[in-house]
Design a protein around this ligand. Structure first.
Ligand SMILES: *[C@@H]1O[C@H](CO)[C@@H](O)[C@H](O)[C@H]1NC(C)=O
Ligand SMILES: *[C@@H]1O[C@H](CO)[C@@H](O)[C@H](O)[C@H]1NC(C)=O
Length: 233
């Protein structure tokens, strides 16, 4: 019996030595682990012979608390990041449409009034926010969007009036335009590129100015594109 006790004390002393050498000492980087409410401390003061063991228990408990707390924090952070990723995936919006996409060149217009251009050739309509019947892009989520319009026209022969004009509209109001109205060029093209803060429900379209006309074939000279850069509240 005495031998067994002796062995236990030797082991405890070894552990105690290890502990004082700081091999197992860890309060965690930059944060204090709560003191374990165990009996380790009090046992240490009443039973000197098992003091090393009690210190080990305390350190182990501190490490356990530290790792448990850290794991919980990491799990919470992961869930938040996963949720953000999910929201981003759910709100993806991107489209590119062109006027016709036909082999032979065809012109749209001129008309006596301003008219929304209905682009019929869909190259991409991710999220289905562009309506090919109405020509309107209805903003599904508030955010900052990149918008691009390219226009091209061909007067048919030299000396004819070239009239390539269109405006980008948000809720019926022009926010940017492109215009080339002259008899000196037979062909011309122009591009509008904007970053705009749009609200959910906003209606965005391209309007062909009265008297103007746009021409296109499978080269996709006339395109209307938008994609979400990032969401806002
Ligand atoms: C991430 O979030 C999505 C949507 O809430 C959920 O369906 C999925 O199970 C989550 N993934 C993990 C690993 O928690
Ligand atoms: C697209 O626009 C047409 C014409 O305005 C309308 O009848 C139709 O309901 C719209 N489609 C969608 C999916 O909103």
């Amino acid at each position: 019996m005495a031998r067994v006790n002796m062995r236990a004390i030797v082991l405890l002393c070894l552990l105690h030595t290890a502990s004082t050498n700081n091999l197992f000492s860890w309060d965690g980087p930059g944060r204090a682990a709560p003191e374990p409410g165990s009996d380790a401390g009090s046992a240490c003061s009443t039973d000197k012979s098992s003091c090393g063991c009690c210190l080990m228990v305390r350190k182990t408990n501190q490490m356990k608390t530290y790792f448990d707390t850290t794991l919980t924090e990491l799990e919470n952070e992961f869930m938040k990041a996963n949720q953000s990723l999910h929201t981003m995936k759910e709100s993806r919006v991107a489209f590119t449409v062109s006027l016709y996409g036909r082999e032979t060149i065809m012109c749209h217009g001129p008309f006596r009034d301003n008219r929304i251009v209905t682009y019929k050739d869909v190259l991409l309509n991710y999220g289905g926010a562009y309506n090919t019947s109405s020509g309107i892009f209805t903003v599904p989520h508030s955010g900052v969007y990149s918008l691009t319009v390219t226009i091209y026209s061909d007067a048919g022969s030299p000396g004819n009036m070239l009239a390539a004009c269109a405006t980008l509209q948000v809720n019926g109001k022009a926010v940017a335009g492109a215009r080339d109205f002259n008899p000196n060029d037979q062909e011309d093209s122009a591009t509008i590129v904007l970053a705009l803060h749009l609200k959910a429900g906003d209606k965005v379209s391209v309007e062909l100015t009265k008297g103007c006309f746009l021409c296109d074939d499978s080269s996709h000279y006339n395109t209307f594109s938008a994609f979400l850069l990032y969401l806002t509240e």
